[in-house]
Design a protein around this ligand. Structure first.
Ligand code: PLP
Length: 488
């Protein structure tokens, strides 16, 4: 039996006394339960690198006080009938006591206690229009399983630390080639770092480029995951409004614009409005970033899904001045629990990001990296994306038709030509809360868009994710939503 106790040879308390105290505490706190067998004196002495006589002395003291009992031939056990007064251990602290504990938090820790940084759990719903979840049942799990087992079989290196925190070289090459083909991103494998999903990328970017009090410009409305990572690291946020052509770049050049260090954008599919940043605005944004020495974070989270329109090249591919950090993720095209994504960095930043990744978590899981490399190189990724694009397109059309059929001119649909969600503006006298709660009551989960705004939200806007829902569920869900809104 392995049992860990702490012995310190540099203090005055004799070692046998320390053995006695540690075991006594373990019994009183319940760590060693009544009837539980103790390690033999020989094995405990060996594991603590002390003499067996010292351990025996400690055991004997506990035996004489009734904490332990021996059975000849079987060993030493915690006494089965410990007197109750011995077992009066202090109660485990309640959560509120923990919160009020005098342990002082860092500035980062304190920022996480801010309510605005909490992630509120989404209620379970029979039909959930929650955004960002792919069609899990269509993922080719059998292929994935084969690839994982292939790499488990041939290669014990997948169990080891790697010398390269940037990520597996073959995976980075596969991603560089894929990005160049499909997104017109200009990069080599040497500029790519594998990360645990875009969230880790956003966290590393903020920690490496932002000092407390620096300004980051963000789209308004915008993605909460990014905003929270920025705020938690002490940044100040400068909201920039968006319209149907994406970020209003002219709002970055007003008299009240502070010195912006970073700007976070989702140009292929603005979150949550779905707007596509137009080419003139892209060029305007790059020119502004160059002039103001700001870095652009391009979050290209679901750009693979574009319906009936030509894909727009990434901002990164238009940049000639190393102003863009491109953030990509496999959470949408594959599945979020994979926790794999990538950063495409200007050459000058690669080294420091590699060191930060090493400090953060050493490396992303090697087994998954190898499986993913084969998944890309053997054509499964692009095949899966093609299939999902067509499936999501059908689901999107079903949603648009259902909304139009039920709500007519009471609904305006925004940003339906891309991604895995769309936004609706509903003409209603009900409050957002009444609608969300009413929908939940009928088993439908929807998100009101007001929490994505930093400035005042216009209200009555909702984000509807559809990728995970089959057509029947989509129709059913909109039918129930209409009952609440139209019957009010
Ligand atoms: C705008 C945006 N970026 C990125 C992500 C994905 O984050 P991750 O790669 O950490 O799963 C999401 C998820 O919904 C998102 O909405």
């Amino acid at each position: 039996m392995d049992f860990v106790i702490t012995i310190n040879s540099h203090v005055h308390t004799p070692l046998h006394r320390q053995v006695y105290e540690e075991l006594r505490q373990a019994i009183l706190s319940g760590r060693l339960a009544p009837g539980q067998k103790l390690p033999s004196t020989r094995s405990l002495a060996q594991s603590l690198s002390i003499s067996r006589a010292t351990v025996t002395q400690g055991y004997e003291q506990l035996l004489s006080e009734g904490y332990l009992e021996t059975t000849i031939g079987s060993g030493t056990f915690v006494c089965r009938q410990l007197p109750d007064d011995l077992l009066q251990t202090p109660p485990i602290e309640s959560t509120s006591q923990v919160t009020n504990s005098p342990i002082s938090l860092s500035a980062y820790g304190v920022s996480l206690t801010e309510r605005s940084l909490f992630r509120l759990p989404e209620p379970e719903a029979q039909i959930s229009f929650s955004y960002g979840r792919p069609a899990f049942d269509k993922f080719p799990l059998h292929v994935w399983r084969q690839l994982l087992s292939r790499h488990c079989r041939v290669n014990t290196d997948v169990l080891d630390y790697t010398n390269n925190s940037m990520g597996d070289q073959r995976l980075r090459e596969a991603i560089a080639a894929y990005l160049s083909r499909s997104r017109a991103v200009k990069c080599s494998a040497e500029q790519i770092i594998i990360i645990d999903g875009s969230q880790q990328g956003l966290d590393l970017i903020t920690r490496l480029l932002i000092n407390r009090g620096d300004w980051i410009a963000v789209e308004d409305p915008g993605y909460l995951g990014a905003r929270r990572a920025f705020l938690a690291n002490g940044a100040r946020l400068f909201p920039v409004s968006v319209d149907e052509s994406g970020l209003l770049v002219t709002n970055l050049t007003t008299d009240i614009t502070p010195k912006i260090k970073l700007i976070y954008v989702t140009p292929s599919h603005q979150f949550p409005t779905g707007a596509l940043l137009s080419l003139p605005r892209r060029l305007e944004l790059l020119a502004w970033a160059h002039k103001s020495e700001a870095i652009i974070i391009e979050d290209d989270y679901d750009s693979e899904y574009r319906y009936g329109q030509r894909p727009i090249p990434a901002l990164q591919g238009l940049d000639h001045r190393n102003s863009v950090i491109y953030v990509g993720t496999f959470s949408k095209v594959l599945f979020p629990a994979l926790r794999l994504g990538y950063l495409v960095l200007p050459h000058t930043l690669v080294d420091v990001f590699t060191r930060a990744k090493w400090l953060a978590d050493r490396q992303s899981s090697l087994l998954e990296q190898h499986a993913l490399t084969d998944f890309i190189n053997e054509g499964h990724l692009e095949r899966h994306i093609r299939r999902m694009r067509s499936l999501y397109d059908q689901r999107r059309q079903t949603l648009v038709k259902s909304l139009a059929a039920h709500f007519g001119d009471k609904v305006t649909i925004i940003g339906e030509n891309a991604g895995m969600h769309l936004m609706v503006k509903i003409n209603t006298t009900l409050s957002d809360q009444e609608i969300v709660q009413g929908a939940a009551h009928l088993g439908v989960g929807i998100n009101a868009a007001h929490s994505y705004y930093l400035k005042t939200s216009p209200g009555s806007e909702f984000v509807l994710g559809y990728a995970e829902l089959n057509e029947q569920k989509i129709q059913d869900g909109i039918d129930r939503l209409a009952q609440i809104i139209l019957n009010s």
